[in-house]
Design a protein around this ligand. Structure first.
Ligand SMILES: [Fe+2]
Length: 216
């Protein structure tokens, strides 16, 4: 008798647990029996994704602006220009990847994406230098990476969304950060040996050529 009660209690716990998990998901968007309708999703998770997409556009705009600055004839650094404009396209493609993911799940969204102040590159006193641009990019990527980790955490109940945001998205983010940190280190090593400003400027010029040829 005791064992039967125990088994019954465990069964109730399991059923109770399931109904709690089901409460997390919206399965009836569009109304019962409507067609087409999305597969069940966690609205808290999807709204975190919808909000995060703005940060990808912010990053794309900032890279685009920085790239354009280095492309001006007053600066003329084709290597970093190419690198930054490619990064801008990559960020834009991340935003598209996330919008496409929402579409995959059948989730409609109404949030408009705008130009935000986060996209502005506040140039340091020593001006438009490759070192400043790389430092700015690293800071921005660390911020975006942390925000993606928050999305993964928020999507803990929605395994597919958490999975997509972990790999490929978080994986690409960590690789991008590694590339930026490595590039900055290489530049700093190249600039460390010359003893005067002219030598350091020459080191930055050669670093830019390395970026252009894809060696960094
Ligand atoms: Fe990104």
């Amino acid at each position: 008798m005791m064992i039967r009660l125990l088994v019954f209690g465990m069964l109730l716990q399991v059923l109770g647990g399931n109904s709690q998990a089901d409460d997390t998901f919206t399965c009836t968007a569009g109304g019962e029996g409507s067609f087409p309708k999305p597969s069940c999703y966690d609205p808290v998770c999807t709204s975190a994704i919808v909000s995060h997409i703005q940060h990808e556009f912010d990053a794309a705009f900032k890279y685009m602006y920085m790239g354009a600055k280095f492309g001006q004839y007053t600066t003329a650094r084709p290597g970093i220009t190419k690198f930054l404009l490619e990064s801008a396209s990559e960020e834009r493609s991340h935003a598209i990847q996330m919008l496409d993911y929402l579409n995959t799940r059948g989730i409609t969204y109404t949030k408009p994406y705008n130009f935000s102040q986060r996209s502005v590159w506040r140039i340091a006193n020593d001006g438009v230098t490759i070192e400043n641009a790389l430092k700015e990019a690293i800071e921005m990527e660390i911020d975006v990476t942390n925000r993606i980790k928050e999305v993964v955490k928020t999507c803990g109940n929605d395994f597919h969304a958490a999975d997509v945001f972990t790999n490929p998205i978080l994986d690409e983010q960590h690789n991008g950060l590694r590339k930026l940190q490595g590039a900055l280190r290489t530049l700093q090593v190249m600039k460390a040996t010359p003893i005067n400003a002219a030598g350091r400027a020459m080191a930055e010029y050669f670093f830019d050529l390395k970026l252009l040829s894809g060696e960094v």
